[in-house]
Design a protein around this ligand. Structure first.
Ligand code: AMP
Ligand code: MG
Length: 434
């Protein structure tokens, strides 16, 4: 029987996070598939996209008004001859050039004709017949976006690893991409452990606990761009636990919940140690979530690779990974949710192809004081409220890391450094939005 790792693998939050980010940054790229632009929301782009022409493709008026030569407005009011009207699109009476003393009526988004170097907004003009009187001078370039100012033809506009939000999708559409190469969503196995845990639909005995962790994790996994694979509940018994861990290692990542504390029936680490697991940490100095475990198992050690056991045909052949990563998340439901956000999410996002991004906190003023013991970095459920620039944040009352009801009333976590025992109302605190 291999020995489970020593307690020295309990890291500070920052060190533990750095370890995960380090592994995440070294993952090989995953396989691709093609999707329609309309079905690409939240997917991770797997190709480079270049501008197929200058953006904008012509000098674009940003206003309704008159395209003029700015030099003609040196003396005010200026009277210019209106020689045409340009709407957005091909229609309209478009002069080949704007000569001195001339102006062209122009609409927002339309191409500014040669000769004109600025657009006077319509409110500074009054047109009578063929001439327009202008009462305000203008600098060259005003109210015009120069051709190619937003992107030059051939330049990279979207890089692989970009999450396709509405702006990225709009940009892809604007350069004529109706289908996109995206990364295939990774599959993430969820294994919940504990003799007391029963599934949602089962008859629940007086001392039994319904499995909520598999469902909260499935929601978080989907939100992070992956596909959850729920395994049967594992009992606190090594043989069956090992079978289910091996099944879980057929996915791209294995998340376990429960069984990682110091209790006599917390067997997860021992079973993994017997499978030649490498442990990167077996605890973090945080609350909730102190017993969190991160490691990997060599693929030869009873862990067939994902590509051999997986149903969807991959368009690009990717060599099987040499290791499979796992997290052992503490079983207390709030600990499970918080440790997923802090540690599992960055690795999962990297598996999904997303470029790494640092964990950033918002800052808000504390509504009521906090007194707490020092020594652990805390991520405590809280409510961020207030309007516009006046946000404030307050802890929700909670019964500890088993209190799902408190967590569901919260919309963020207040982050408290390990050396603070008293934080006054009105102080700025770091906040992790949920
Ligand atoms: P453990 O980490 O196994 O010591 O579990 C800590 C606490 O979390 C215990 O009260 C468990 O009953 C509870 N727990 C463990 N797994 C789950 C689960 N899947 N759903 C809800 N509660 C759980
Ligand atoms: Mg347990």
């Amino acid at each position: 029987m291999a020995a489970p790792p020593t307690p020295s693998l309990v890291l500070t939050f920052e060190d533990a996070r750095r370890v995960v980010e380090d592994h995440a940054s070294r993952l090989p790229p995953g396989a691709h598939e093609t999707v329609d632009l309309l079905h690409s929301a939240s997917r991770i782009l797997a190709e480079s996209i270049a501008a197929d022409r200058d953006i904008p493709p012509f000098p674009r008026s940003t206003r309704d008004g008159y395209a003029v030569r700015s030099a003609d407005l040196a003396r005010l009011p200026a009277r210019l001859t209106v020689v045409g009207e340009i709407k957005a699109g091909p229609a309209g009476k478009v002069p080949s050039t704007v000569n001195p003393g001339e102006a062209v009526s122009i609409m927002t988004g339309a191409p500014v004709p040669p000769g004109a170097d600025a657009v006077v907004m319509v409110e500074y003009t009054s047109q009578q017949g063929d001439s327009v009187e202008i009462t305000k001078s203008i600098a060259p370039g005003e109210n015009i976006v120069a051709q190619g100012a937003e992107a030059k033809r051939g330049s990279l506009v979207l890089a692989p690893g970009t999450r396709l939000n509405e702006a990225a999708i709009a940009l892809a559409a604007s350069v004529g991409k109706s289908r996109l190469q995206v990364f295939i969503r990774p599959r993430v196995a969820v294994l919940t452990t504990g003799d007391e845990i029963v599934d949602v639909d089962a008859e629940v005995g007086p001392t039994q606990i319904r499995n909520s962790n598999s469902y909260s994790l499935a929601a978080q996994i989907q939100d992070a761009g992956a596909v959850p694979v729920l395994l049967p509940i594992a009992p606190d018994e090594s043989g069956r636990l090992r079978q289910l861990i091996e099944l879980g290692l057929q996915s791209d990542l294995l998340l376990m919940t429960g069984g990682v504390s110091m209790g006599r029936y917390d067997l997860v680490e021992q079973v993994l140690a017997d499978m030649q697991a490498e442990f990167f940490f077996t605890g973090a100095k945080i609350q909730p979530g102190r017993p969190v475990v991160f490691g990997r198992v060599p693929c030869g050690a009873g862990a067939p690779s994902a590509s051999s056991g997986q149903a969807p045909a991959r368009e690009v052949l990717i060599p099987p990974p040499s290791h499979k990563y796992f997290f052992g998340l503490p079983g207390n439901p709030v600990s499970t949710m918080v440790t997923f956000e802090l540690f599992a999410r960055p690795l999962l996002e990297a598996l999904a192809g997303l470029s790494p991004r640092p964990l950033t906190f918002l800052h808000s003023r504390l509504k009521s004081e906090i007194r707490i013991k020092t020594g652990l970095k805390r991520f405590l459920p809280a409510i961020l409220s207030g309007q516009y620039e006046n946000s404030q944040v307050e802890l929700v009352s909670w019964q500890g890391s088993g209190d799902i009801a408190a967590q569901s009333r919260s919309n963020c976590l207040i982050v408290i450094p390990p050396d603070r025992e008293h934080i006054l109302a009105g102080e700025w605190v770091a906040v992790l939005p949920l």
